[in-house]
Design a protein around this ligand. Structure first.
Ligand SMILES: NC(=O)c1ccc[n+]([C@@H]2O[C@H](COP(=O)([O-])OP(=O)(O)OC[C@H]3O[C@@H](n4cnc5c(N)ncnc54)[C@H](OP(=O)(O)O)[C@@H]3O)[C@@H](O)[C@H]2O)c1
Length: 345
């Protein structure tokens, strides 16, 4: 496993971690959860991600139970969870009020059977709460020892920037990472909107759905296989399922087929190629994997072997297939800056 610092913090995270959305406590329960987490840990994954809302709290319960039964030393693990969506529908049961951040964190820790998580994420931005309240509440959680760091998830660059400035003004800790969707078919926000944040604040990403929920494995090229995510979670993925037969959906599948040819030349699976491509981005802190079986995890971890094969030539071929690279900032026909000082403004 390779390790990276998460954002500007000293926390080291594995380049590939494992998350429990829709899987643990949902389509996967009991011993199979333990089996997948054990496979992950034995193959160098020591970071596990969940959220209060995943399967209405059952993801935290299943992952916490499995980790406890496996008997791992807590300090050997990096655990992250996320607060926002809540489990009940009362006026203060969700969002980012000080009340829900604190009560939600306490409930998450109880479900996980842990004294603390390493990173706690604001699962979404909450425009109904003053930023100062949000920043102060996450710092309170940190001061209590219930988390060591905090981060954001799917916040806009403007919102993240505001959190930084408020934290800076108050002499408090700002968010260290943004948990965002990033994969070959979804690039604009992580690659363009956040670009100034990586430079100015040193944040990095913990990426989600880096296989586009499985689409980038090629498993949906010829329809929806029984037992797959789009089959078992048909209601949730209603729009995605319908889009597969549209011209846009067919174009995505054509791209996946082209990517498969490149992957085969590299002796890799399409999934491993897609994951290595996200991991190769130096703004990525960790790629959060999803897996319903240990074999999927092992296949996906082959991305580590693909990484050194992503030469400029291979990357250019991938760009040729994807044809969706976010447009660079407009420099109004001025020549490019000296690349040796590219990280300075
Ligand atoms: N912050 C957020 O808003 C947010 C949102 C979503 C996810 N996340 C985090 O990111 C994690 C990963 O997201 P994700 O689960 O959507 O990731 P993903 O990698 O895009 O999808 C994972 C799913 O694809 C299928 N799959 C994975 N590897 C495969 C392989 N080698 N061959 C065939 N099928 C394979 C499996 O589903 P089936 O076997 O069921 O088909 C698996 O559960 C989540 O667990 C969660 O921790 C965060």
């Amino acid at each position: 496993m390779l390790f990276r610092r998460l954002g500007p913090s000293g926390l080291r995270v594995p380049l590939f971690s494992l998350g429990g959305w829709l899987t643990y406590g949902g389509t996967v329960v009991g011993d199979p959860v333990k089996e997948i987490i054990k496979t992950a840990f034995e193959n160098g994954i020591n970071m596990f991600d969940t959220a209060e809302a995943y399967e209405k709290g059952k993801s935290e319960i299943e992952m916490g139970r499995a980790i406890k039964e496996l008997g791992y030393r807590r300090s050997d693990l990096v655990i992250s969870t996320k607060i926002f969506f809540g489990l009940r529908s009362g006026p203060n049961d969700g969002g980012l009020s000080r009340k829900h951040i604190i009560e939600g964190t306490q409930e998450s820790l109880a479900r996980l059977q842990m004294d603390y998580v390493d990173v706690i994420f604001a699962h979404r931005h909450d425009a109904n709460v003053p930023m100062e309240e949000i920043v102060r509440a996450f710092n309170f959680v940190i001061d209590k020892g219930w988390a060591f760091y905090w981060g954001t998830s799917e916040w806009s660059a403007r919102e993240i920037e505001e959190a930084y400035h408020v934290a800076d003004r108050l002499g408090l800790q700002g968010p260290i990472a943004e948990q965002c969707q990033h994969h070959m078919l979804h690039r604009e926000r992580p690659e363009k909107e956040y670009a100034p944040l990586y430079k100015r604040y040193g944040i990095s990403t913990t990426t989600w759905s880096s296989l586009a929920s499985g689409l980038l494995t090629g498993k949906y090229n010829n329809g929806i296989p029984p037992g797959s995510r789009f089959d078992l979670k048909a209601d949730f993925f209603k729009d995605t399922r319908a889009s597969l037969t549209t011209p846009e959906g067919q174009e995505k599948i054509r791209k996946v087929q082209e990517l498969t040819k490149i992957a085969e030349e590299l002796g890799a699976s399409t999934a491993a190629l897609a994951l290595a491509w996200v991991a190769r981005n130096t703004n990525t802190g960790t790629v959060i994997l999803g897996a319903t079986k240990p074999e999927q995890l092992l296949d996906n971890l082959k991305a580590l072997e693909v990484l050194p094969k992503l030469t400029d030539d291979v990357l250019a071929r991938i760009e040729g297939v994807l044809n969706n690279q976010p447009a660079p900032l407009n420099v109004y026909s001025r020549p490019p800056l000296d690349p040796l000082v590219k990280n300075r403004f």
